[in-house]
Design a protein around this ligand. Structure first.
Ligand code: SF4
Ligand code: SF4
Length: 394
């Protein structure tokens, strides 16, 4: 390794920080891991929040994404923290269920965000409330109207609003109504995402992935999706169906299943040990068989790497009070809220960068499906260009 390669291992600025305030939630959506009793409850330590804001400014962060692994709006004074980020000059995007009645101050803070993403599976109030237990469609819609109303009143551009629905047999044939209602509420972007099926939640409505639906029901669902697509296009809105959902709509009979292994030793309730997600094919009699997963293709050390800049451009601060370079890493470096720059240049981060620059990838990067492979030499040049380092030969 020459000194120029070495120059790429440490960073002095990043573009984006994802902040996870909590892993708790006020809703119990039937398909969501957060609702399961084994799901770990964590809260970001906010005692050093002001220091963190200053650190992010010093690092030149432009965008802060408030993540939706839990529900930020249940954190005490969440809107005050959001306001601090907005006042800090960051472009803030937030993922929220918008399920709580909001104060004027909270609506104002939300109205100043650049983007709001929210899960909403149905605009039928009864179905909404059955799938998203604890929520009320009216409260949700009122929050959206208030956010947009305030922007209109003040002559400001409203946040870009994204609706996400989890594809299931209960909602997929109603997506045209869902898009029509969203357009009337001013939503900009609609997406249908994949259902990762856990064990059923006792006492909750039973919902199933699209891959389990009959041919007749699938035909009805496809017509609804086409109408939804047309409605969105006609209104100049974005409409996207994730490829796996599209394939299921066209009869792939595939479902994504997640099995969780719990540690039942000791006292108290079982705790999460590990999970496994795999594809199943649904047979015509309703039985299922697992599709064997091909072993991950071995990388070629020193020749190929992943075309991923995230360890140079982003940081994830988790509610566990850990900091990581991407969502694939959860616990690589504890973080107490101070000296983000030091955390991002600590040994575990440097090792991940070194792995990407050399092709000797960490196990996690090796298995990561988010980025395609690229030649090591080409990748080094791209990182060097991005960092403004003139030459970065091995
Ligand atoms: S609102 Fe989001 S995080 Fe909360 S239970 Fe529903 S899907 Fe999960
Ligand atoms: S795990 Fe994936 S996203 Fe994360 S740093 Fe490695 S290649 Fe990039």
């Amino acid at each position: 390794m020459t000194s120029s390669h070495h120059d790429l291992l440490h960073i002095h600025s990043i573009e984006k920080v994802t902040l996870e305030f909590t892993t708790r939630c006020n809703l119990k959506c039937v398909y969501c891991a957060v609702t399961r009793p084994w799901h770990r409850k964590n809260d970001l330590d906010l005692a050093s929040f002001d220091v963190l804001v200053e650190e992010m400014k010093a690092l030149g962060v432009r965008t802060v994404q408030i993540s939706g692994g839990g529900e930020t709006t249940i954190v005490r004074d969440w809107d005050r923290y959001l306001k601090k980020l907005l006042d800090g000059g960051f472009r803030v995007s937030i993922i929220s269920n918008l399920a709580k009645p909001m104060t004027d101050q909270a609506i104002r803070a939300l109205s100043l965000c650049g983007e709001i993403t929210t899960s909403i599976d149905s605009v039928d109030p009864e179905l909404y409330e059955a799938i998203r237990k604890g929520g009320s469609f009216e409260t949700f819609a009122t929050n959206i109207r208030r956010i947009r109303g305030l922007c209109e009143q003040e002559g400001r551009k409203p946040p870009y609003m994204i609706w996400n629905a989890v594809a299931s047999d209960r909602i997929i044939s109603l997506v045209d109504q869902w898009v029509a209602k969203g357009i009337s509420l001013g939503i900009d972007h609609f997406q249908i995402s994949e259902f990762f099926q856990y064990d059923e939640l006792p006492g909750a409505i039973s919902i199933h992935p699209v891959g389990t639906m009959s041919g007749e029901d699938l035909a009805r669902a496809r017509r609804a999706v086409e109408r939804a697509r047309w409605l969105a296009k006609d209104a100049g809105k974005w409409f996207a169906v994730l490829p796996a959902v599209e394939e299921a709509l066209h009869g792939s009979r595939k479902v994504m299943r997640t099995e969780v292994e719990l540690d039942c030793g000791g006292e108290g309730k079982p705790v999460f040990k590990k999970s496994r997600t795999f594809v199943q094919i649904v047979n015509s009699d309703g039985s299922r068989q697992e599709v064997p997963t091909p072993p991950p293709s071995p990388m070629l050390p020193g020749k190929k790497t992943k075309n991923c800049f995230m360890p140079w451009t982003e940081a994830f601060v988790w509610a566990t009070n850990d900091v990581a370079p991407c969502c694939m890493y959860k616990r690589i470096r504890p973080f107490d809220g101070g000296d983000l720059a030091a955390a991002l240049n600590s040994q575990p981060f440097v090792e991940i960068r070194e792995g990407l620059l050399s092709g000797n990838l960490s196990h996690t990067c090796n298995l990561c499906p988010m980025f395609e492979q690229v030649d090591v030499e080409e990748f080094r040049q791209r990182v060097a260009e991005r960092m403004g380092v003139p030459s970065a030969k091995a």
